[in-house]
Design a protein around this ligand. Structure first.
Ligand code: UT7
Length: 324
């Protein structure tokens, strides 16, 4: 059977770093509060004029180099983002143009906020396994700083900008747990929780693009429950046990959510990859950024079983089990 193998990863973080102490000069907060409540020490912020598509193109070029491919080898581009350059065209189409791809393959954005990369992974996997495309460039990219209310200390200290990319390619597998590639994915959404995490603007609802609003404590409570459920589901689907996992690469929202999810699964803390301290929450970019970080820092090797998970606005949530 056809499998979608991840054959390259890449990342990009904007140059500017904003520390917790920098934030304490803008809002009533402290390094101590942010570190102990979230695990975040710093985040990267895009420069004026630096767009989501710019971040995405940097990450894409790094992933292409890692895979040993060129832009012309890409059949389809997906960009998971909540902060597109413009309402339209899709940022994926802009990325296609910036990469110089002219063969006319499909390019579209996926919007599932912090779960966007998982939704994109499932979409790419479905296109690949149905034989419609062979090679997909999937990017999670955000300039989340642009939709933050810099006077709301409950949200502005949490998020950052960045992009991560993967190259996925069709490969023959045996159809069992030993295969390379995406082995199982579960996605969920429940729109009844929209009021707990949303943006108060948008093209249809108003003239501005809006700012993030969140009831943090309630989101936290739901995240721990839903992530524990969906990670169990995906392991069951693939016939895998927690002890088979080499590393969990979770969405990086809050160190306490990461640790609580790992504990519920029975995974020791050393099997959880953490970038939230350096990146903050980069929404759809956080899982591919962390995946690339784990590979390049030597924590992941070919053949390793990786558990990816994310939860975000919508609510949306999902998990995927992938063998590198
Ligand atoms: O990516 C997708 C989804 N997003 C998440 O997963 C985020 C989920 N939520 C969280 O990570 C946590 O709920 C937060 C980090 C947002 C907040 O942590 P918390 O432990 O749930 O704190 P809290 O909201 O219950 O607030 C505790 C106190 C409050 O003061 P009072 O009412 O106890 O006097 C807040 O006003 O902390 C105060 N507070 C702050 N203090 C200093 C809130 N934000 C800050 C701040 N600095 N930045």
């Amino acid at each position: 059977m056809l499998r979608s193998a991840i054959i390259g990863t890449g990342a990009y973080l904007p140059e500017k770093v904003l520390t917790n102490d920098d934030l304490a000069e803008i809002v009533d907060t402290s390094d101590e509060w942010i570190r102990t409540r979230t695990g975040i020490r710093q985040r990267h912020i895009a420069a004026d004029g630096e767009l989501t598509s710019d971040l995405a193109v940097h990450a894409a070029r790094n992933a292409l180099a890692d895979a040993g491919l060129g832009p012309a080898d890409i059949d389809m581009i997906l960009v998971a983002t909540t902060t597109p350059d413009r309402t339209f065209p899709a940022t994926a189409a802009t990325v296609q143009e910036k990469l110089g791809i002219t063969h006319g393959g499909p390019a579209f954005d996926v919007q599932a906020v912090c779960s966007g990369f998982l939704y994109g992974l499932a979409t790419a996997d479905a296109f690949i396994r149905s034989g419609q495309v062979r090679t997909v460039l999937l990017i999670g990219a955000e300039t989340f700083s642009r939709i933050l209310d810099w006077q709301d200390r409950g949200t502005c200290v949490l998020f950052g900008d960045g992009a991560g990319a993967v190259i996925m390619r069709a490969e023959e597998g045996r159809g069992d747990l030993s295969d390379r590639g995406v082995l199982a994915t579960r996605l969920h959404a429940d729109g009844r929780y929209a009021d707990l995490l949303y943006v108060d603007g948008g093209p249809s609802a108003g003239e501005s693009c809006g700012k993030v609003r969140m009831k943090g404590r309630e989101v936290f409570r739901h995240a721990v429950v839903k992530l524990a459920e969906v990670t169990r589901e995906v392991l069951d689907d693939a016939g895998a046990r927690p002890e088979d996992i080499a590393l969990m690469v979770p969405h990086q929202a809050n160190i306490r959510i990461l640790e609580a999810t790992a504990k519920k699964l029975g995974l020791p803390p050393e099997k959880v990859h953490v970038t939230v301290d350096r990146h903050g929450n980069t929404s759809a970019a956080s899982v591919p950024l962390a995946l690339d970080d784990a590979r390049r820092s030597g924590r992941l090797h070919p053949g390793d079983l990786v558990l990816l998970e994310a939860m975000g606005g919508g609510f949306t949530w999902g998990a995927s089990l992938v063998r590198l």
